[in-house]
Each structure stands twice: as C-alpha cells, then as structure tokens.
Ligand binder design. Structure first.
Ligand code: UDP
Ligand code: UDP
Length: 465
C-alpha cells in the first residue's frame, strides 16, 4: 500500500512517544504500520530510552533521534528517563512537566528534517502542539485511553455530576449514557473530588486543551469495540478521534527466539500437562504494598490454580519459601517479559490485570478473559468497561466495596477460581474470543482501523502539498 502524492513524495511522520513503556510500545507498533504504508518515519526519544526502542524496531528503516533529557530535576535521579523507572509515581508530575524543557531542542531539530507531514505526539507531551503550530505542521495527539473512558469522564465533568454528592460512594447516572451508573470512586485523584483542583488537575486540563488544538486524536482502539462512545467523543469534543487500533496486533521484528525464555518453556510444559494458566501482572507502573503482595501470594497459593506471576522490583512481601511451595504449579518472574507472547500462549486462559489500556487490548486480542483489578488513573473506568460494557471479564472485590482499595486473599482466590473454572468465567471467555475476532478484522486490509489510518495519512498528506 503506497500513499504517494502527485509529486511522488512520501509522507514523513514524526513520532514522539511519552517516556513510559505503556505510552511507547503502541507508538512503536504505529511506526511499523506507517512503514508498511510507505511513510518515512522519524522517532524522537531520549538517550536512556533509545536502546529499548532500537531493540524493538531492529531492522526497520526508521530514523531515531534522541534529545537530551532535562537534568537536575528535583527528586528525579540522573539517568531515569522513564516513568516506569521512577522511585515513586508521586514524581510523575515533575517528570511530565520537565519534558517541556526539551521543547527548544525539539523545535530546532524539527527544522533540520526533510518536510514533515505530521507529528504524532503523546497526550502528555502537550507542549509539542505549540512546536507544531509554530512550524505549521499538523499535530495528532496520541491518546492512550479508550473512547469509553474519555466519554464517561467528559460527560461527568461537563454536566457537573462529580459535585452532586457528599459521599464518594454515592451512585449517579450519566447524562448522555443514563444506563451507566458511576460513583466518584470510579475516578482517580484528582477527579474523585467534588471540586477537582491542584497541580495534577491543572496539568491534565492543559493536555486536554492541547488536544483540542490538535489536528486529531489518534486512539488506540477500534470502532466496533465502542461505537457509541467513539460517536459521542466525535460529537461533543474536538478534534476528531481516529481509531487506528488495536496497535498491539502489529508484528514488530522478532525480538528474541521464543523458546529461550524459561517462562515460555514452562507454559509449554503446562500445555502438555493440560493445566490452564492464570497470568498475573500489573503493568509497568503500579505500586503495590508489601501487605497487598502477601495477600496476592496467599490467594494464589490457596487457589490451587496454575499461575505465572510477573512481580516488579524485588517482590518484597512474598516470603522466601513461597516459590518453593508453589513450584509445581506456579512461576514467579521478576524480569521484563514479553507480555503479548505470554497472553498469546494457548495455555494462558485468564489474566489478573490492573487494566492498563494496553493490557486490556492485548488480552482482548489474545482472546483471554480478565479478572479486573484497577489500581490508578483511568484503569478504574477500563475495568468497568471490561466487566459491564464488553463483558469480557470479572472484577475483584475490594474490602469495603470502594473501587480501588485493599483486596483480601480469600476473595481473590474465589474470583480467580470463578474466572478459571466457573460458569461466569466460561461466559466471559466465550465473549472475549468473539471480540478478538472483531479486533483482528478491524486491523486487516479493508477493516475499520486499517481504512481510518490510510484515509488519515492521505488526508494530511494531500492538505500538506
Ligand atoms: N531504560 C529505559 N529508560 C530509562 C532507563 C532504562 O527505557 O530511563 C531501558 C534500558 O535501555 C534497558 C532497560 O530499560 O533497555 C533496562 O534498564 P536497566 O538497565 O536500568 O535495568 P533494570 O534493572 O531496570 O532491568
Ligand atoms: N509489559 C511487558 N512486559 C512487562 C510489563 C509490561 O511487555 O514485564 C507491557 C505490556 O504488554 C503493555 C505495557 O507494557 O504493553 C504496559 O502498558 P499498560 O497500559 O498495560 O499498563 P501501564 O504499565 O501503563 O500501567
């Protein structure tokens, strides 16, 4: 597929992902899709993030430029250039704010590049819209959330629904989607407040304003997954949302031979034994307390299920003998894994997930049902979508019914068993396989996301001539 213009020039797309794995991985997939369509691609990053990107795109004909990451930001250790490496997520805001210091470098470098057709930059790099405007280049904001989460947040905000009730647990109906009930607890701080305010709130508002000043919103989702919400977003807010996903269905050059990984060998073994495996992982950022980790370990141990658990960092809270006691049926991994590869393994038949949007999409595409345990940000809404809207998962129960609080071993055990062995688990497993098929069709030649991306590139390229 080629999208050449009349003078045979290729579209040249500049990508600028935010520095975290969850925001970078989908744009690497997008890079591949753009190359497949005959575009030139230049990707901006920072020195510490470069090796991961080079490794992921090895062999692809793409220009990678790193801009120095701002030094001496209070609280941020030198060399940490990714939010998943931060000592605490409380540093997210200073980190995100610091990226603006890259603006002069970014603009200077942009001007040295061959004609740029458009810039695709992350929603958190909101200052890039200023650069794009200055240089007369259309900017597409990469939006790492679903239209569902966007629509629900917007409807609650514009209709003043968050300030209605004293209690954060009180339910209210959305104005545009009256069948959906929410509480303020379905939102994370600062949006769970009656009057949201503060530095994080200000930052998010700035990113929303920057989005509205952009050419379009590039959404990692597909129309058929959430038609009502895509249409709502396009009706009530600017700019237009272009659904071009699930991007995770794109194949990157093979990173390493599958069989070399010990957890894949272990999954193969479980397949031979016919023991379905529950995959347990909470993304690249979640901060889980030691007490909560102990509770997860106990739940897994008492469930008698086979499981593969990816624990970030050292896994403090898991006792030394745990791995020994469960070694017949469980595996604990403390390294970076290729999550897609794990989810695609046919013996993996359930996913206990924090519902980061990438994880949800990867699970959908692999046809694996989810046990939703949202921890922060819009994960709470993603979990609601997974369970109530697309019905491809169950939800963990928290101690006091509030959406993002402590979860006890007993309740975890019961919900894990329901997902893996129960009737409700079977229902959502059947459903997710149907949704997986729709997802694949949307990315195939002639599918909704495939068409949207082509039309978008063509549209911008022609406007540019
Ligand atoms: N990395 C990154 N951003 C950073 C720091 C590191 O993407 O700010 C990448 C690094 O290039 C390498 C991987 O993360 O590919 C592992 O980093 P590190 O060597 O710090 O090891 P770790 O102990 O975190 O696995
Ligand atoms: N991921 C991975 N290996 C890991 C941890 C995470 O491949 O060990 C990937 C995962 O497949 C997903 C991304 O990192 O693509 C995490 O994004 P998500 O939106 O699920 O969660 P976040 O990390 O942003 O909270």
């Amino acid at each position: 597929m080629s999208l050449l213009s009349s003078d045979n020039s290729k579209p040249h797309v500049v990508l600028f992902p935010f520095m975290s794995k969850g925001h970078t991985i989908p744009l690497l997939h997008l890079a591949r899709l753009l190359l497949d369509r005959g575009c030139e691609v230049t990707l901006f990053t920072t020195p510490a993030n470069r090796p991961y990107i080079v490794h992921s795109l090895s062999g692809d004909d793409i220009t990678i430029i790193d801009l120095p990451f701002p030094a001496d930001i209070p609280g941020i250790p030198t060399g940490i250039e990714s939010t998943d490496k931060l000592p605490s997520m409380s540093l997210f805001l200073p980190f995100a704010r610091a990226t603006k210091l890259m603006q002069p470098h970014f603009e200077k470098t942009l001007q040295t590049l061959p004609h740029v057709t458009c810039i695709v930059s992350d929603q958190f790099l909101h200052w890039t819209v200023e650069s794009a405007t200055k240089l007369g280049i259309p900017r597409l904001g990469f939006f790492g959330m679903s239209n569902y989460a966007n629509a629900l947040s917007r409807d609650a905000a514009v209709n003043g629904l968050l300030s209605l009730h004293e209690s954060a647990d009180e339910r209210f109906n959305l104005t545009s989607f009256p069948w959906i009930k929410l509480t303020r607890n379905d939102f994370d701080d600062p949006f769970n407040k009656r009057e949201p305010s503060g530095p994080l709130f200000d930052f998010i508002i700035e990113t929303i304003i920057a989005m509205s000043n952009s050419y379009g919103l590039l959404v990692n989702s597909f129309y058929e997954l959430e038609p009502l919400y895509v249409e709502y977003c396009n009706r009530v807010s600017k700019p237009k949302a272009f659904c071009v996903g699930p991007l995770c269905l794109t194949r990157l050059p093979k990173m390493e031979p599958v069989q070399e990984r010990r957890w894949i060998q272990w999954l193969d073994q479980k397949l031979e034994q016919g023991n379905p495996v529950l995959y347990v992982a909470f993304g690249s950022q979640a901060e889980i307390s030691a007490t909560q980790l102990t509770e997860i370990a106990r739940g897994l141990e008492e469930s008698n299920l086979s499981f593969l658990w990816v624990v970030r960092k050292s896994g403090i809270g898991i006792d030394d003998e745990f791995e020994d006691r469960i070694k017949e049926r469980g595996m604990v991994v403390k390294e970076w894994v290729d999550q897609k590869q794990i989810l695609e393994h046919e013996i993996v038949q359930g996913f206990l997930s924090h519902c980061g949007w990438n994880s949800v999409l990867e699970s959908i595409c692999a046809g694996v049902p989810i046990l939703a345990w949202p921890m922060m940000a819009e994960q709470l809404l993603n979990a609601k979508m997974v369970v109530e809207e697309i019905k491809i998962g169950l939800r963990v129960e928290t101690v006091n019914g509030s959406s993002n609080k402590f979860v006890q071993a007993e309740s975890l055990k019961n919900q894990m068993k329901e997902l893996m062995e129960g009737e409700k688990g079977d229902e959502v497993r059947k459903k997710v396989k149907e949704v997986a098929e729709t997802a694949r069709n949307s990315m195939k030649e002639g599918g909704s996301s495939w068409i949207t991306l082509n039309e978008l590139i063509k549209e911008i390229h022609l406007k540019n001539e």
